[in-house]
Design a protein around this ligand. Structure first.
Ligand SMILES: Nc1ncnc2c1ncn2[C@@H]1O[C@H](COP(=O)(O)OP(=O)(O)O)[C@@H](O)[C@H]1O
Ligand SMILES: [Mg+2]
Length: 335
């Protein structure tokens, strides 16, 4: 019985958003179609009006395209779908990170059973909110994308730092679009650089801050009410507002990988068509250079490009080391 109720509520919701998003377009399309047919029947082709027939026809094509397009191509849809060619087994996790991810994975797999089968829907808020935190390049985005892949859900990434500056004032309207679509289609929402907006609240000093703060309370509320899986990523856990912190179902730490994980990253990172120069000892390199997966991949890409440039398939030791040097320079570190 409660299942029926839920279904009905979902139907109503879908209908409502259909109405808001699609029905007006459909009315217009029908109107244009009728207009075209009437013109076509009443005016012989070849004269001025014959040419004009194509205007409503073009309008119709536009609307049909708009209707079937993926929402993300809209200029004012500030989310991008995360896609990855990698597989779950390609991620190198620290043991602790993998453990912390287990609850989220269990939720993705058994959410329905818990809420409906075990009838928890009336006791607990639907949705699952999770914080990923850790230095850049440690696999937060990659993991979010792959969680979608293994659970058959689309993952949409919203870059909050961009949103705040670009859509000031428009933020709420644009975000609302994302949430509506997400709820209908069971997307996973991934808020990247979340500290941009969930950061500790500043004093309201100027208009920009005021908007940011308004946006924040709206977002906090909207995320809390969202029945989906919402993942927030931050480079630094301590930047996140305490008020929000309590509302996460779980937090997952992505550390800079330690030696065994770094070794795995080096070992699996190179192309199968390349070979390593004999004086490259990955074991030593992993031991010596403390760096994140993203940086390791940058080095591998650099060294591989250098090999291709020399029309070779052998990765040179010198290129590898200068690649590492470049990564360290980027971060303002010395090798
Ligand atoms: N733990 C990891 N396992 C495998 N590859 C990784 C890992 N961390 C980073 N990478 C590589 O670095 C790239 C960038 O990582 P990303 O997920 O964007 O990091 P973050 O979102 O934490 O800044 C990934 O696409 C992947 O190729
Ligand atoms: Mg990222």
């Amino acid at each position: 019985m409660s299942d029926n109720k839920t279904l009905k509520a979902v139907d109503q919701k879908i209908f409502k958003s259909y109405f808001e998003d699609g029905l007006l377009d459909m009315f217009l399309a029908a109107f244009f179609l009728m207009f075209t047919v009437v013109l076509f029947l009443s005016v012989p082709l070849g004269d001025f009006w014959g040419t004009m027939i194509f205007l409503p026809f073009l309008g119709m094509v536009y609307l049909v395209l708009r209707y079937i397009r993926d929402p993300e191509t809209g200029v004012d849809f500030p989310a991008k779908r995360l896609d990855t060619g990698l597989d779950w087994d390609d991620i190198v996790f620290a043991p602790h990170t993998r453990e912390q991810l287990e609850e989220l994975r269990a939720w993705l797999e058994h959410e329905k059973e818990l809420l409906d089968g075990w009838q928890f829907r009336k006791y607990i808020k639907p949705g699952y909110r999770c914080l990923f935190y850790g230095p850049p390049g440690t696999g937060k985005t990659l993991t979010a994308g792959l969680l979608g892949k293994i659970s058959g859900r689309a993952v949409y990434r919203i870059d909050l730092s961009q949103l705040v500056s670009k859509y000031i004032g428009e933020t709420e309207k644009n975000l609302e679009k994302i949430f509506t679509q997400a709820e209908m289609r069971n997307w996973i929402l991934f808020f990247d650089e979340a500290d941009a907006i969930f950061g500790k609240r500043t004093t309201i000093s100027d208009a920009h801050d005021r908007y940011a703060n308004q946006g924040t309370s709206y977002l906090l509320q909207r995320i809390e009410d969202c029945p989906n899986v919402v993942i927030l990523a931050s480079n630094n856990k301590s930047n996140i507002d305490d008020a929000f912190f309590r509302r996460f179902q779980s937090t997952v730490y992505f550390p800079i990988p330690r030696k065994p994980e770094r070794l795995k990253l080096w070992e699996q990172g190179f192309s199968p068509v390349s070979t390593l120069e004999s004086d490259i000892q990955l074991e030593e390199i992993a031991e010596q250079y403390e760096m994140a997966g993203g940086a390791i991949m940058n080095v591998i890409r650099f060294a591989s490009l250098m090999a291709i440039k020399k029309k070779s398939r052998v990765i040179a030791y010198d290129d590898l080391v200068s690649g590492i040097q470049r990564e360290f320079n980027k971060e303002g570190r010395t090798v």
